[in-house]
Ligand binder design. Structure first.
Ligand code: IMP
Length: 234
């Protein structure tokens, strides 16, 4: 595994903490009687943990996990539920807590399925938003920071499951990014190198029919084999 480090700090830990406190104050102002937060795993786990510690009043929590994948080589953006909620939503004031809204496909799917469960209110808090990438027009009531089209890591966001622990939002090194991309191009063209299944460390898909990036983001590390999210070993 290459030693990958983000080189640029895009948003400092201090700025994040300040903004998260402001978002919590906005949420409390809108829901003074309390709120039910739903964090979208895994990316939102740190944002959720900080947000909840700034919230006054009654707060309950739940977690949901989804993964995005595409059909064929186009970015049709289907979303799959990996872990459902533990609690019902009827009559609750609910805020979805997301790390980043990029194309908006994941969030619009989530809002659709959660709305059908009868919450009194359903709003969304996203730490980051990349509006230039939007494919689906989805409303986000609480946005931490609006950023340009860069691939970011840290504060819960990952690159190949790395960097989630960083206290700041960083930008990947462009050179390393290019190297990874070149290696994965070789893999995609059948050089025989193996793929590792995300979520199953050490498991190898071997010579599967690899298709190029399923996520609409031009993320060089994401490939799909047999419909399963997979990333090249680097
Ligand atoms: P969307 O469905 O395109 O809006 O994608 C949302 C998901 O894509 C997020 O919850 C992240 O998991 C992932 N994602 C999008 N952009 C980035 C990024 O810059 N860094 C890390 N993950 C990202």
């Amino acid at each position: 595994m290459a030693d990958l480090r983000p080189v640029d700090v895009l948003i400092s830990a201090e700025d994040i903490q300040r903004r998260v406190a402001e978002l919590a104050a906005d949420i409390h102002r809108d829901f003074p009687d309390g709120v039910h937060l739903i964090a979208v795993l895994k990316g939102a786990f740190i944002f959720m943990a900080d947000l909840v510690r700034h919230l006054e009043g009654r707060v309950s929590l739940d977690f949901i996990a989804v993964s995005s994948y595409a059909k064929g080589t186009t970015s049709s953006g289907e979303v799959r539920m990996l872990k459902d909620l533990d609690y019902a939503l009827d009559g609750k004031d609910v805020v979805i807590v997301e790390d980043i809204v990029d194309t908006g496909i994941t969030l619009s799917y989530l809002k659709e399925i959660l709305k059908a469960r009868g919450p009194r209110n359903l709003r969304t808090a996203c730490l980051l938003s990349k509006p230039s990438r939007r494919k689906v027009d989805v409303k986000v009531e609480y946005i931490g920071f609006t950023i340009e089209d860069r691939f970011v890591v840290g504060y819960g966001l990952d690159f190949d499951e790395q960097f989630r622990q960083l206290p700041y939002i960083g930008v990947m090194d462009a050179g390393l990014y290019a190297n990874i991309h070149a290696k994965q191009e070789r893999i995609a063209h059948g050089s025989g190198e193996k793929m590792r299944k995300v979520g199953a460390p050490g498991a190898h898909l071997g010579e599967v029919g690899l298709r190029r990036v399923a996520h609409p983001y031009p993320h060089p590390a994401v490939f799909f084999g047999n419909g399963i999210g997979a990333r090249a070993q680097v």
